[in-house]
Ligand binder design. Structure first.
Ligand SMILES: Cc1ncc(COP(=O)(O)O)c(C=O)c1O
Length: 449
C-alpha cells in the first residue's frame, strides 16, 4: 500500500496534528473519539479537527462557541453558511414538496436547468443533475465516449475529479489511486501546466504543455476526452489564456470532447460566474457541484453541448435524487443571491485587495515563495529556499495550526501551499482580520526556517 505524502490536503496524521489533538478539551476529545469509533477510517479524515455545532455566514462554530473564519469550506460556501435568502426559499419548498420521484418532473428543477442555461453561453444548453460532483464527472465521461465513439481520456497528473473508481482513474493523484487497481482502462495523463517552473518566476510558458497534449493524442490514439479544472483549485494553479486557447484548438482539431471540471470554482469564486470565462474559451461539457447546492444540499450538474443530446436510450445518470426540488430551490436562490448582491464585482474588488496584501507579505517574509490566484481563491506557497523552491512543509503546518488556534481555518495542498478561499460574502474588515491572523502566523513560522 502506498504510504507517501498527502498532496490533496493537510495530513491528519502529522506531529503538529497530534499536538493540536492533545491540546483540546476533554469534552471535545470524547466526541472526537466517538467519531473515530463509529466512522470507518480513511485518508484525510479521522481524527477530525474539532466538533462543530453551528455554521453562519463566514464562520463554522464549535461546541464551545469558538468561531473559525472558514477559508476552505469544501468549496461549497460561496454565499456563506446558512444564507437567510436561501434558507427562506428552502423552508417554503419544504412545506410543499421536498422530493420528486424519477419519471416525474417539477418546476424548481426545470427553473434551475433554465437558469443555468441562461447564464451559460450557447450551445451549453442541455443539463443533467446529480447528487454529487463525482457523479457529474461520471456522466461526463460516459457522454464523451458516446459522442466520440472513442474510449480513452487524458487528464493532468495531480488532478482530482472525485474518489469513485472512474474518477480516480481519470484523476491523477497517486494518493487516491494507490492499491486500488486495476483502474478504468484507457486513462492517460499529462503533466499539468504548473509543472512549468518558469511560471514560478512570473514567466508564463505553459504552451509547451498544451503541445504535449497533442503529442500524446497523436501517439496514443483513440482519445475521446480531455478533462481538467480550468484553474486547479487545491494548490491554486492558474494556466495562461494562451494555454487554454491552444488546448481548445487541439481538442477541436482532433474531435476530442473538452470537459471542464468547475465543481469547486464556479459561481463567482474567480470573480466570474464560471472560471472558464477568464480564458475566452468554452468547454463541450461543464461539470458543476459543491456551491451549486448553496452549502446546504449535495447537488451537482453536467451541462453539455446541445448537439450531444442524442442518447435518449442510454442511462447517463439515473440518480434517485436527480431532480430534487429542495436542492433545486437552494441552487436557484444561490444564483439569484449572487446576482442581486453583485457578488461577482465585489469578489473582484476584494480579490485585488487580498492579492495586494499577500504580495506585501511576500515582500516581507522570504518563507513565501509564490502567491497566485484569481478573485477570492489564493494560494500561498511556502519554501525554505527561493533557489531550490524546497517545500516548507513543517512551516506550512505551523502556520495552519497557529491560524486554527486564532480562529482561521484553511487547507494545505501539495504539502506547502496554503489555499485561501473565503466565502464571497466576507466583509473587508473580516478579510483584513483574517490576513492579520495569517501574517502573524507566517511571521512566527519564518523564525524557524
Ligand atoms: C475538482 C473536483 N472535482 C470533483 C470533485 C468531487 O466532488 P464531490 O465530492 O461532490 O463528489 C471535487 C471534490 O472535492 C473536486 O474538487
Amino acid at each position: 500500500m502506498y504510504t507517501g505524502s498527502i498532496l490533496e490536503g493537510d495530513s491528519n496524521l502529522s506531529d503538529e496534528r497530534k499536538k493540536w489533538s492533545e491540546s483540546i478539551d476533554a469534552f471535545t476529545k470524547a466526541n472526537l473519539e466517538a467519531d473515530s469509533n463509529f466512522f470507518m477510517h480513511q485518508a484525510l479524515s479521522t481524527p477530525c479537527l474539532d466538533v462543530l455545532e453551528e455554521c453562519e455566514g463566514i464562520y463554522i462554530i464549535n461546541q464551545q462557541g469558538k468561531r473559525y473564519m472558514d477559508f476552505h469550506g469544501n468549496s461549497v460556501h460561496q454565499i456563506g453558511y446558512r444564507n437567510p435568502y436561501v434558507i427562506e426559499a428552502i423552508k417554503k419548498q419544504l412545506d410543499i414538496m421536498p422530493f420528486s420521484p424519477r419519471r416525474f418532473t417539477n418546476l424548481p428543477a426545470i427553473d434551475l436547468a433554465k437558469k443555468l442555461v441562461s447564464i451559460l453561453p450557447s450551445p451549453l444548453n442541455k443539463v443533467l443533475f446529480a447528487p454529487g460532483g463525482t457523479s457529474a464527472i461520471s456522466m461526463a465521461l460516459k457522454l464523451a465516449r458516446l459522442v466520440t465513439g472513442k474510449q480513452k481520456i487524458i487528464s493532468w497528473w495531480d488532478s482530482f475529479h472525485g474518489a469513485s473508481m472512474d474518477a480516480i482513474s481519470a484523476g491523477g493523484e497517486r494518493e487516491f489511486r494507490a492499491g486500488l487497481g486495476p483502474l478504468l482502462a484507457g486513462t492517460e495523463h499529462i503533466p499539468p501546466p504548473n509543472s512549468y517552473r518558469p511560471l514560478f518566476s512570473g514567466v508564463t510558458n505553459d504552451n509547451a504543455y498544451a503541445e504535449y497534449l497533442e503529442y500524446v493524442i497523436d501517439k496514443e490514439g483513440d482519445i475521446g476526452a480531455f478533462i481538467a479544472e480550468p484553474i486547479r483549485n487545491t494548490d491554486v494553479q492558474v494556466p495562461s489564456k494562451a494555454y487554454w486557447k491552444k488546448v481548445r484548438e487541439i481538442c477541436d482539431k482532433n474531435n476530442i470532447v473538452l470537459i471542464l471540471d468547475e465543481i469547486p470554482t464556479a459561481f463567482g469564486r474567480t470573480g466570474k460566474m464560471f472560471a472558464f470565462e477568464n480564458f475566452d474559451i468554452q468547454p463541450d461539457i461543464l461539470c458543476l457541484g459543491k456551491g451549486l447546492g448553496a452549502g446546504i444540499f449535495p447537488l451537482a450538474a453536467m451541462v453539455a453541448n446541445e448537439s450531444f443530446n442524442r442518447f435518449g436510450n442510454v442511462s447517463l445518470g439515473h440518480f434517485t435524487h436527480e431532480k430534487n426540488p429542495l436542492a433545486s430551490v437552494a441552487a436557484l436562490s444561490m444564483i439569484e443571491f449572487i446576482e442581486k448582491n453583485n457578488l461577482l464585482q465585489s469578489t473582484q474588488q476584494k480579490g485585488e485587495w487580498m492579492k495586494e496584501r499577500l504580495n506585501e507579505m511576500k515582500a516581507k517574509y522570504p518563507l513565501i515563495g509564490d502567491i497566485r490566484g484569481l478573485g477570492l481563491l489564493w494560494g500561498v506557497e511556502l519554501v525554505t529556499d527561493h533557489e531550490t523552491k524546497n517545500k516548507a512543509t513543517k512551516q506550512a503546518e505551523a502556520v495552519l495550526y497557529n491560524c486554527l488556534q486564532n480562529g482561521l481555518s484553511f487547507k494545505i495542498s501539495q504539502g506547502n501551499t496554503l489555499q485561501l478561499a473565503p466565502p464571497l460574502i466576507i466583509t473587508e474588515k473580516q478579510l483584513a482580520d483574517a490576513m492579520d491572523i495569517l501574517e502573524s502566523a507566517i511571521e512566527k513560522a519564518s523564525k524557524s526556517i
